[in-house]
Design a protein around this ligand. Structure first.
Ligand SMILES: Nc1nc2c(c(=O)[nH]1)N[C@H]1C(S)=C(S)[C@@H](COP(=O)(O)OP(=O)(O)OC[C@H]3O[C@@H](n4cnc5c(=O)[nH]c(N)nc54)[C@H](O)[C@@H]3O)O[C@H]1N2
Ligand SMILES: Nc1nc2c(c(=O)[nH]1)N[C@H]1C(S)=C(S)[C@@H](COP(=O)(O)OP(=O)(O)OC[C@H]3O[C@@H](n4cnc5c(=O)[nH]c(N)nc54)[C@H](O)[C@@H]3O)O[C@H]1N2
Ligand SMILES: [Mo]
Length: 642
């Protein structure tokens, strides 16, 4: 056990838990990752996908040389960094002077939630600004909904649910997406808190739920309305609701426009289940923990608004143990006052990236710079995204690995992993901030995103601001915290709690809306007011504990992907059959896995399968935006089996 050293860092992978990590290093290689026992959320344990990450970190699949395809039909060849950076800088300058900076698109997603990645966005702002994305495929609908309702989106303290009598998990699989909630929810339950799970997909979180209902996908607004109707009928509405909510009368009229049985029918639950839910809801304080899945649907924003309204009229906002928690303010403690001074000349809604690039004109998108993202595998309509990137005059992809997206590039730049990064993170699942430390050196020939921008800045007359060490930017983003008495030293031994948040959000019942009151939803789209005629299966590709989005070990990406279905939805087929799933977007082969616990209208897959291996669910998914917030409609594409 000699030569082993341990260093602390934090995990900037796209996950609400944003863990504190302890890396064990042997001869310059990370050999083990563990949870930091001192981190208040991590409490010493981490997920399988990240504890296994050292294999990916040290794998021979890591890119270490820039790769260039000199002609569209040619193969990649290794080139030197100076050649790669000169070429890239020349292209950027050329497109900007010929067609304007709008002819360049920069796109990044969840490869790292590091705060320093925003400095990269700012680099493109100062160079251009260039075309960028609008909306958010991950959480856009829920964020837009809560902005409309409350004027902001944040949550009570992470541990506040220990004050709840009832916890409603609206479409949340904590066994995959928030594993550090598992012991805490178990503890709450042991102390008498009731846990209610509402999820069309049967999964492991049912094992810690006292009540489980499995409604029709996309029907949570009907559940919220059914519960609200029961609350009005049984006089369980907060008598003071009108003092801090607008539209109480109209909301009541909407909830009472249908009977409880009618709302139950829309949600495909029994009236008895609806009443059980309503009774549980009134046994408060009741905290609504709203997952991210249910808003990635056509009416995703309205869904979250209905849940928000229920929390408001029942008196559950602004009290310990209450709340409608969708998101925790992640970046708010960091200072970005220098950025976002000049708006992008053009934006493309993120879910429509593929068709949007192809349709853009005046100027067309001539160049794309994709970093910390794998849009071919992860955005809807994989094939169109791939085509859009392949057909640009110059596409650059920056990634540690040769992903589906990198394969569409003209130039691929190898970059660092989170174990080689120097950064800060916040979290969208709690209020702790942490420092990301380079625990090892990157492989020879690999530059961090920051170093790439630094090199480009020298070639693009931006050196004065950008040719500086990462530490300079890290100081700059800390200015707001400094003013609150927190310095970089406070991060050295682990996490720092965001000093700008309160334990109970909206304790004064003042909201950031124009009227200062909650803006209750009082209209629903006609689709949400009737039992849908269509009953076909919908492709539902969800997070899996085996990977972070498309970041799978390559050996897992062979053969047809698994698709779990209820046997009754595929008459004539057997468990294990390899079949074709087709949608109006495309088709792929899958292996059927029968699961009697699932609804017949759901075809369940792992998210993040590789397009190049024929395993990407997104080659089946329509590119479409949600009712608000430009989130992706990931789970509403109907499929047939043949
Ligand atoms: N291991 C692992 N962890 C991850 C990720 C990963 O890829 N792998 N991804 C990360 C990312 S990018 C994010 S955004 C987070 C959150 O990642 P998500 O996977 O979005 O997490 P959940 O909030 O659990 O939301 C998924 C749940 O929503 C449910 N759902 C879908 N539609 C509906 C509906 O109409 N109604 C209701 N009630 N429920 C519905 C699904 O059945 C599922 O159980 O997790 C992160 N954590
Ligand atoms: N069908 C379906 N599709 C989905 C979802 C779903 O539920 N169903 N979930 C959606 C959600 S919630 C999200 S957030 C998106 C996620 O979409 P993405 O963020 O595009 O997903 P990843 O596959 O994690 O791709 C991130 C890439 O960044 C690379 N990377 C890691 N660190 C760095 C770094 O420091 N710098 C650079 N340059 N690269 C780095 C990784 O190697 C990886 O290839 O996917 C969405 N797609
Ligand atoms: Mo996400």
């Amino acid at each position: 056990m000699q030569n082993l050293i341990q260093k602390k860092t934090a995990c900037p992978r796209d996950c609400p838990d944003a863990c504190g990590l302890i890396a064990t290093i042997e001869n310059g290689r990370v050999v083990k990752l563990q949870g930091d026992p001192d981190h208040p959320i991590t409490q010493g344990f981490i997920c399988g996908r990240t504890s296994r990450f050292p294999e990916q970190q040290n794998s021979t699949e890591r890119l270490t040389k820039p790769l260039l395809r000199r002609t569209k039909s040619g193969d990649f060849e290794e080139i030197s960094w100076p050649e790669a950076l000169d070429l890239l800088a020349n292209k950027m300058r050329q497109f900007r002077s010929d067609s304007g900076a709008a002819s360049i698109l920069q796109y990044r997603c969840g490869g790292s939630l590091g705060i320093m990645k925003h400095v990269g966005d700012y680099f493109f702002e100062k160079f251009g600004p260039v075309t960028s994305k609008s909306g958010d495929v991950c959480a856009g609908a829920g964020e837009a909904a809560q902005l409309t309702d409350f004027g902001e989106f944040d949550s009570n303290d992470y541990f506040d649910f220990h004050n709840s009598k009832t916890i409603f998990l609206w479409g949340k699989n904590v066994f995959i997406s928030s594993i550090h909630l598992i012991p805490e929810l178990k503890k709450a339950r042991a102390n008498g808190t009731k846990i209610v799970l509402i999820d069309p997909v049967h999964h492991q979180t049912t094992s810690i739920a006292d009540v489980y209902v499995q409604p029709r996908p996309g029907s949570d607004s009907a559940i919220a309305m059914g519960i609200a109707r029961w609350l009005f009928e049984n006089k369980r509405i907060d008598p003071k609701a009108a003092e801090y909510c607008d539209h109480v009368t109209e909301f009541q009229a909407l909830a009472q426009s249908k009977s409880i049985a009618e709302w139950a029918a829309i949600a495909d639950v029994s009236p008895e289940e609806m009443i059980t839910l309503a009774e549980a809801y009134t046994d408060g304080p009741t905290c609504s923990m709203i997952g991210w899945g249910l808003q990635r649907r056509r009416h995703g924003a309205a869904t979250i608004r209905a849940i928000d309204a229920l929390a408001a009229v029942s008196g559950n906002l602004g009290i310990p143990g209450g709340g409608a928690s969708f998101y925790f303010v992640r970046r708010g403690a960091f200072d970005f006052s220098f950025a976002n001074q000049t708006p992008a000349p053009r934006t493309i809604p993120e879910p429509l990236l593929g068709p949007g690039i192809l349709a853009a004109s005046d100027p067309p998108i001539r160049m794309a710079y994709v970093w910390a993202a794998n849009p071919v595998a992860m955005l809807p309509d994989s094939e169109t995204v791939a085509k859009a990137l392949r057909t640009r005059e110059f596409t650059v992809v920056v990634d540690p690995f040769l992903t589906d997206t990198a394969k569409c590039a003209d130039l691929v730049l190898p970059t660092t992993t989170f174990l080689e990064e120097d950064d800060y993170i916040g979290s969208y699942g709690h209020h702790y901030l942490a420092e990301v430390n380079p625990v090892v050196e990157p492989p020879e020939g690999v530059l961090s995103d920051h170093e790439i921008f630094r090199e480009l800045s020298r070639r693009l007359d931006l050196a004065e601001e950008f040719d500086v060490d990462a530490s300079v930017w890290k100081q700059r983003v800390l200015q707001k915290l400094n003013a609150a008495g927190i310095t970089s030293n406070d991060f050295k031994n682990g996490s720092v709690k965001n000093p700008f948040v309160s334990d109970v959000l909206f304790a004064d019942r003042k909201f950031g809306t124009p009227s200062g009151k909650v803006n209750l939803i009082h209209e629903l789209h006609s689709d949400l007011l009737r039992v849908p005629a269509e009953t076909s299966m919908h492709v539902t590709a969800l997070s899996t504990n085996k990977s972070q989005a498309s970041q799978w070990p390559p050996e897992t990406q062979t053969g047809p992907a698994d698709a779990a279905v209820h046997p009754s939805s595929v008459p004539g087929y057997n468990d294990g059959d390899v079949v074709t799933v087709s949608t109006e977007r495309g088709s792929i082969q899958v292996r059927l896995c029968f699961d009697e616990r699932q609804r017949p209208d759901v075809l369940l897959m792992d998210k993040g399968g590789w397009h190049s291996a024929g395993r990407s669910a997104n080659s089946l998914i329509n590119a479409e935006v949600t009712d608000d917030g430009e989130c992706a409609v990931y789970y509403d594409t109907a499929a047939v089996i043949s």
